[in-house]
Design a protein around this ligand. Structure first.
Ligand SMILES: Cc1cc2nc3c(=O)[nH]c(=O)nc-3n(C[C@H](O)[C@H](O)[C@H](O)COP(=O)(O)O)c2cc1C
Length: 435
């Protein structure tokens, strides 16, 4: 078990982090934040005060357009629309912080390897080695439609992503130690013998160049991955430093830990660290916390929830009976999430309505509801019981839910000795405790 619980804040640069219509809650500042850097920077400073490992931005390029075969519900309710760019925003957060890790999702369908190495590498170098990349293969139809791309099938996307990573590793390893001479008198910037020209010709990619960036103090960005199908796990054990997973309950988390360890053994690799998605809801009393949750649920527009769910699952749920259990439907989108929610470990099946509500609240992440003590106890308990590395936490109302967590729950975790009181290093990799 790792020394202490690791926390990452899970955000989206859109009107919602995950909870639909959270922007309509009294006191929420999310809509203002979309156009005001200072509010995001304040949030990042709060997370740094709470000694979070990092902030992690999901990204859903394009628009959710599966439900009723239309984008209208996504636009109407602001379901990840607009989808502003996460990397641009992270640059501003880098300027406002000194230790907070800065992770962004970039899809291997939307960008070429060279572009990702350059864009994230620039921020990694500038920020002193604080960047992470959540590698996704592009399960959303809307992403491909926006870019005019043909969407490959699920497993082919992973095959392509394996080769994608090969190109990234070549680029990351292109600049050898001592390559930069920076000899002002001789007028020599770098030693060409120490900057390898890569010549990649593969099934999917051709790349002939040298690295566009210099290695940062952590080498290259920390690699996150969040696919949980069998093929997704194979990919994860080959490439990821940390795996993000969403499971509906603790039994699902345990099942995931076992499956991932098995996938690692089969591949002869070490098991990556696992961070589970949760949504804490803190109140002065348990009743107040439950009331907060109820307020969020009452605000959810069911069509918005179904638009989000249909997008992730790659299935148009329009016209289906909301009160029947969610059946496992074959999909080329997220097979891992489809399986986890249609085949609930250790619990009764969820109806389509229940899954849609969970999606509208937090794309399926379980809520941890209660007083600060109860929330801290539960986080410790799940961490001990599952052997996970920590949590990928999504806030509800902005910015108050983050402030409540940092001011009320973090000190309890620290008193329990299960959470850091100071950052261990200056790079994301060091603070995550990775080699
Ligand atoms: C915590 C978490 C975060 C994710 N973030 C994104 C994201 O920002 N953008 C995206 O396109 N997919 C995202 N995904 C989807 C996965 O990366 C993956 O592509 C999808 O689940 C399909 O893979 P699978 O069938 O192997 O599970 C996320 C999944 C999880 C569990």
């Amino acid at each position: 078990m790792n020394k202490h619980i690791h926390l990452v804040s899970f955000l989206i640069n859109s009107p919602v982090n995950h909870t639909l219509l959270s922007w309509a809650a009294p006191g929420d500042n999310r809509l203002e934040a979309l156009g005001e850097l200072k509010l995001w920077q304040d949030l990042a400073r709060t997370l740094e005060r709470g000694k979070f490992d990092g902030v992690f931005f999901a990204d859903t390029p394009g628009v959710f357009d599966r439900y009723r075969d239309s984008h209208e519900d996504a636009v109407k309710y602001g379901v990840c629309w607009p989808c502003f760019d996460p990397v641009v925003l992270l640059s501003a957060l880098a300027a406002a912080t000194t230790h907070l890790g800065l992770a962004a999702t970039m899809s291997t369908s939307s960008y070429q390897p060279w572009t990702i190495v350059r864009q994230l590498g620039t921020l990694d170098y500038l920020s002193g080695g604080r960047v992470g990349w959540n590698i996704v293969t592009g399960h959303l139809r809307g992403e491909h439609r926006a870019l005019g791309l043909h969407q490959l099938d699920h497993d082919r996307r992973y095959d392509r992503a394996d080769e994608y990573m090969e190109v990234c590793y070549k680029l990351w390893n292109s600049v050898k130690p001592g390559a930069v001479v920076a000899d002002r008198e001789a007028g020599i910037y770098a030693d060409p013998d120490k900057v390898e020209f890569i010549d990649h010709q593969g099934e999917f990619f051709s790349c002939q160049t040298v690295s566009p960036v210099l290695p940062s103090p952590q080498g290259h960005p920390v690699l996150f991955q969040a696919g949980s199908s069998g093929r997704g796990q194979q990919f994860a054990v080959s490439h990821a430093d940390v795996v993000f997973s969403i499971q509906p309950n603790v039994a699902g988390m345990k099942r995931f830990m076992t499956d991932l360890a098995q996938a690692a053994r089969t591949a002869g690799k070490t098991t990556p660290a696992v961070s589970f998605g949760v949504q804490p809801i803190v109140g002065g009393t348990e009743e107040e916390a439950r009331r907060k949750l109820q307020d969020l649920v009452e605000r959810l527009p069911i069509d918005g929830c179904l638009a989000r769910l249909s997008g992730t699952m790659g299935v148009d749920f329009a016209g289906m009976d909301l009160d029947q259990p969610l059946a496992e439907i074959e999909t080329q989108a997220s097979q891992g999430l489809m399986k986890a929610f249609s085949n609930i470990a250790g619990d009764k099946p969820l109806t389509l309505r229940e899954v849609a509500i969970r999606w509208g609240l937090a794309v399926g992440k379980p809520q941890i509801v209660g007083t600060p003590e109860q929330v801290a106890d539960r986080l410790e308990q799940i961490w001990r019981e599952t052997g996970c590395y920590g949590y990928n936490m999504t806030p509800t109302v902005m910015a108050s839910s983050v402030e409540d967590f940092v001011d009320q729950v973090v000190p309890i975790l620290q008193q329990k000795g299960v959470y850091r009181t100071e950052y261990e290093g200056t790079t994301f990799r060091a603070n995550l405790g990775l080699n």
